[in-house]
Design a protein around this ligand. Structure first.
Ligand SMILES: [Zn+2]
Ligand SMILES: [Zn+2]
Ligand SMILES: [Zn+2]
Length: 328
């Protein structure tokens, strides 16, 4: 069972700017995560540890995944159904098979045996002698299953009231709070596994997903990173950059980044021109346009003229590789 995406691309672009979404997607894109499968935990039920590591608390994970699948970024598939105790919400729940007559769960499960040569049918224990199975009617030993005898179904006996039956009734027992409850009171939920949708793979590899790893890289290098970052220029106007990075120890050391993404053709010179207009006012130490996957010749020439660095990259690895010499 797969859900269709209901959110148009333009809204998803906003979702891709969310840092937690970027972290999750970048782990998909790098192949770190192939599929998000739930992991069973006796106390809490199913959990998603890989997502928990990104989102923070376990209680927020379900909503996070639900939203992403609604937005068409993740595709969900039914993985299991889970029971929780209606009183304490524990998932540490067992099944109790009960006698339909007296409701006791002290039920012994046995099987019916048919002795094929004489046709006699009875419960297994009636055939059981000290060391072999023996037919109570014709007193012959039963030798091989499916040759001279066969199992003819399940037969339960209640140890409380001695009645026999083939289908027990079912209840549940919470091993944590010891509540006994029926299916009708149980919390019964769908559990899904999640995959990156084909659409998101296409959209995410176009760049939004690059911002999160860049941020982490710059932070690891000791920078204070803002996404997006606003800087005030000499004119007094405030300018917005996709990323700004600064070091408090060296107040003048400010870097600004803009991300330009193009689907089919190379990125044009436009983002370089826009960057120049801003840095003319702001005068950062370094300005960089990250073009995904490439920039056209005009863009390259203008960048040299304006002293703007250009990084051409199609994925995370290429961006980080190009950033390193730029920072040193
Ligand atoms: Zn009974
Ligand atoms: Zn027999
Ligand atoms: Zn309970």
């Amino acid at each position: 069972m797969k859900t269709m995406s209901q959110t148009p691309k333009i809204q998803r672009v906003e979702v891709y700017k969310n840092h937690r979404v970027q972290l999750l997607l970048s782990r998909f894109i790098t192949g770190d995560i192939k599929k998000i499968d739930p992991v069973f935990d006796y106390k809490d039920g199913y959990k998603y540890p890989v997502v928990e590591a990104i989102v923070g608390h376990h209680s927020d994970v379900e909503e996070f995944l639900k939203q992403l699948s609604k937005q068409g970024i993740l595709e969900r598939e039914l993985y299991d159904k889970i029971l929780h105790c209606p009183d304490c919400n524990s998932a540490n729940v067992s099944v109790r098979y009960r006698c339909p007559y007296c409701k006791s769960f002290d039920v012994k499960k046995g099987s019916l045996i048919e002795h094929i040569p004489c046709g006699y049918i009875d419960t297994e224990d009636r055939f059981q002698t000290e060391d072999e199975l023996m037919c109570p009617r014709c007193n012959k030993a039963l030798t091989r299953v499916d040759v001279d005898y066969r199992k003819a179904g399940v037969w339960c006996t209640c140890n409380e009231c001695d009645k026999s039956f083939d289908i027990p009734t079912t209840s549940h027992f919470c091993r944590d709070c010891h509540k006994d409850f029926m299916f009708e009171d149980a919390i019964y939920k769908d559990v899904y596994s999640y995959n990156l949708s084909a659409q998101a793979v296409k959209e995410a590899s176009f760049g939004w997903v690059l911002i999160a790893p860049i941020k982490e890289f710059l932070q690891a290098c000791g920078y204070n990173v803002k996404i997006p970052g606003h800087l005030k220029g000499a004119s007094g106007a405030s300018h917005k950059f996709d990323i700004t990075a600064s070091r408090e120890t060296i107040p003048q050391n400010v870097m600004v980044f803009d991300l330009a993404v193009s689907n089919d053709k190379p990125v044009t010179e436009q983002p370089v021109i826009a960057m120049f207009a801003k840095i003319y006012d702001v005068t950062p130490d370094k300005a960089c346009v990250i073009a995904v996957p490439k920039i056209n010749e005009n863009g390259k020439k203008l960048a040299v003229l304006y002293k703007i660095n250009v990084i051409e990259a199609k994925d995370q690895a290429e961006v980080l590789k190009a950033l390193e010499p730029l920072i040193k």
